[in-house]
Design a protein. Sequence first.
Length: 585
Amino acid sequence: MLEKKEFDIEKVIQEFEEVTKDAGRVQRETLKKILEENADTEYLQNFGLQGKTDPESFKACIPLVTHKDLEPYIQRIVDGDTSPVLTAKPVTSISLSSGTTQGKPKYLPFNEELVHSTMQVYRTSYALRNREFPIENGKALQFIYGSKQLITKGGLTATTATTNVYSSKQFKSTMKDISSRYCSPEEVIFGPDVHQSLYCHLLCGLIYANEVQFIFSTFAYSIVHAFRTFELVWEELCTDIREGVLSSRITVPSIRKAVSNLLSPNPDLADSIHRKCINLSNWYGVIPELWPNAKYVYGIMTGSMEPYLKKLRHYAGSLPLLSAEYGSSEGWIGINTEPRMPPEEVTFAVLPDVAYFEFIPVKGRDEEQNLDRNSSTIHYKESQPIGLTDVQVGEEYEVVFTNFAGLYRYRLGDIVRVVDFYNSTPKLKFVCRKNLLLNINIDKNTEQDLQLAVEEASKLLAAEKLELVDYTSNVDMLTDPAHYVIYWELNADANEDVLQSCCNNLDRAFLDPGYVGSRKSRSIGPLELRIIRGGTFQKILSHYLALGGALNQFKTSRCISSSNATVLQILCSNSISSFFSTAYD
Ligand code: AMP
């Protein structure tokens, strides 16, 4: 018998319709609510808002900021200041966002309001999805992982935003409401070793195979990673199920205990999985074969996840791929209202009641990029920010938001294109991340992150009286998994042991949690340091000048995109040695 749903799907859809129909009014009300609630905070008082809540006064008093501008405030919260610095409501923990500032992971305040909006987004998104792909009250095979939790000097927990959400009281009940109960015990989600957790997610998914309604991970790449791992461990999984004994590879006591409780010898299930696997052709359609009641595969598939779609489609066979919401550690932005849309075409309808949005028009991005083909950093002309309902279809903007978690006129650093409207709220296509240099999946490293990593690693050169002439980088997507390649030109020959140590130090010096996590889970391969012949950067300069570039405008490009075949060719043909990091072995 189906369990009674604890929330009303139609009501959720109706609420979404109402807020999107009158997005302009809802935006003004949302801003008013945020500013009233936080009127006495030090931040708003410092800028002299004096309790005003209208958009005009707000824009006149409060500056546009980046994370760097807010750091002194956030640092005080991290260090234990409990006065209302940014929010009236207490900051309950700290989120570590992807990307780093000054070589440190980016800290962000996390509070109950973010849990609340996350649950709202989950429910609305589920309600819209369920209209087109109804699911029974079963389970979901969720590849989700809690990250390590640090305690700050001020006693707050600091961890990834998703871990903060998974640890919240509401998470479990919302998962139940939206028929998304995970197969694995919590010990697996919060286990200290992601490899062991992944193995157990697969095992639990197989134990509950007939109940699984869909397959999920936050990002598409981690579903692909899960099934690449499945190809390697499937026979061991069958043995565990056949004998009812968990593999000795699972050594974490809490995970062993929790998963062993679910296992009992089941030779029939083991035989059936074995038979299905050996009949597959190169693992095509493994997901519907092993999870016959699954209706779809779900996760973020847009932006930097697009390169993983081909492999994901291969594993998913006939099952539809449904692309999930658009958000960040800082807060939510929009949801996919057309679950049937192929991921490449997915757009996000902005939720007018989760934050107050502004959009900075960006012009000339393409023209500039065409002019400076050596560069992958985006430069463009900016204009004054405009409101949510003032944006124009076809135009590109940088997203700015003000939310209930202490961010006021915060520049997210994402570029989006308006493609349509859903009622009166815009539908956005994610275009790219501004200022992002190195990015494979959830890792995000800027030009400054690369610079800091290179500075750190090249300290070893100074000790050897060597000098780094110049450097650049690229992402090698042709290896599996993809990896970062850093090119160094040195003023003299260096000892191989020193260069190997430099390579390891470089790899360790990228502190972005997305990178560190992906390196640990091996979804990003070992960093490669390539030493190039003396004079190579001179050759790149000559190439640039030959294209008509001006010498006084030339900047060494810090990342060479894969489309820049000529410069990559110059780098390749001048490589004299190559080192792979063993930092995460
Ligand atoms: P994080 O700070 O680690 O939470 O990463 C948030 C960033 O991931 C956003 O600012 C976007 O750049 C990217 N992102 C999140 N959701 C999506 C999505 N649905 N499509 C494309 N990019 C996304």
